[in-house]
Write a protein that binds this ligand. Structure first.
Ligand SMILES: [Zn+2]
Length: 367
């Protein structure tokens, strides 16, 4: 890719890591037109969230991260609903006129149980879920209104639905951040990238692909990974494949958006473990049990960097230990997957539940 894009993106992210640090976040956006926000409800701006950015695996592997997201989306776009064009037309006036007026009360109304405040181009959302306190900082400093206010609320709803669930299962093992920043910016890399607790979403992405909210589920999964290093994965692509796994299993509103515009590939298409966005879904569904979470063990082995990539035969033995797969090789397990109907059933949910979900109730198995 596009190293100049990456560099610009990384610099942008580094400069905008904290909504509270306005000395750096006041850098001019491309249009120079800041969004206008009306605080209709009482705003508590006394406690801006800290958002320290630690460079993580995603930063070390941004090419994988961003390109994979692009690939997935472009692959999905072929089956994307025509509403995309309608939506763009509806918002053409908004985008050409610059940022719209946003009423902060739509966040309060759209996020029951979440405390919402506004300060310095950022919406601060505080709440508890699954026994933990979380903060989402929605950084709108470089938002220019292409992403509609309603879409911003929906993106926040996605965070509060999906992130605590991923955190509870995986993030407690990695010490993942509970305070996350989502910056919607009309500059930088498209569609999105993640550095530490900082997620960048290009301002035009949801305007152009209004069904693609779950690209954020994928990015938030990178936050949960909290520092995976591709050198200690069998394939560095596992960083992306795990985020894809989360995108599918923890899809927003049970896949209401995701399943009509993003697909799980089949072995005919993906060919091998490094490329498969379906294998881990199968592995989890087939071999995780209430007493043995095989994907949590996979996650832990990756996070702890216990095995360099050339020692993953041993890593798989540790992951398979105590499961029905104990003692088997990963190539043998892949062959089992590749010969299953699970590997080939369509995950397209455009017209309702997909063939895959009709046969395997995947999402009801997870908390
Ligand atoms: Zn990614």
């Amino acid at each position: 890719m596009k190293k100049e894009h990456l560099l610009a993106a990384l610099l942008t992210a580094a400069m905008l890591t904290s909504c509270g640090s306005r000395t750096v976040s006041q850098t001019s956006s491309e249009s120079g037109v800041p969004p206008t926000v009306v605080t209709a409800s009482s705003a508590d701006s006394s406690e801006p969230a800290s958002a320290e950015t630690t460079v993580t695996d995603s930063a070390k592997n941004p090419e994988n991260s961003t390109v994979t997201t692009e690939n997935n989306t472009s692959a999905d776009s072929s089956g994307a609903p025509s509403a995309q064009n309608d939506y763009s037309e509806e918002n053409s006036e908004l985008s050409s006129d610059g940022p719209s007026l946003i009423d902060i009360s739509i966040f309060s109304e759209g996020l029951p149980g979440i405390s919402v405040s506004y300060d310095n181009s950022c919406v601060y959302e505080y709440g508890s879920a699954k026994g933990f306190d979380f903060t989402l900082v929605l950084d709108l400093d470089k938002w220019e209104g292409n992403t509609s206010p309603e879409q911003l609320v929906t993106a926040s709803q996605l965070f509060w639905e999906c992130y605590p669930r991923m955190y509870t299962r995986f993030g407690t093992t990695s010490g993942a951040p509970k305070d996350v920043t989502l910056a919607v910016e009309n500059e930088g890399y498209s569609p999105a990238y993640t550095m530490g607790d900082f997620v960048h979403l290009h301002d035009e992405w949801l305007r152009d692909y209004p069904e693609d909210f779950d690209c954020l589920t994928h990015e938030f999964a990178h936050v949960i990974q909290n520092g995976w290093d591709g050198e200690f994965c069998e394939y560095s692509d596992y960083i992306e494949r795990f985020a894809d796994f989360c995108r599918y299993e923890y899809a927003f509103r049970s896949g209401a958006f995701n399943d009509s515009n993003w697909t799980l590939w089949t072995p005919d298409y993906e060919g091998d473990l490094a490329s498969s966005n379906r294998f881990f879904v199968w592995l989890d569904y087939t071999y995780s049990t209430p007493s043995k979470d095989i994907m949590l063990d996979f996650f832990r082995v990756c996070y702890e960097q216990s095995y360099p990539s050339d020692q993953w035969d041993s890593a798989w033995q540790e992951i398979f230990s105590g499961t029905a797969l104990e003692g088997r090789s990963i190539s043998d397990v892949w062959d089992e997957f590749a010969s299953s109907d699970f590997a080939y059933l369509s995950s397209d949910g455009t017209y309702g539940t997909s063939e895959l979900l009709s046969t395997y109730d995947i999402r009801s198995k997870i908390a």
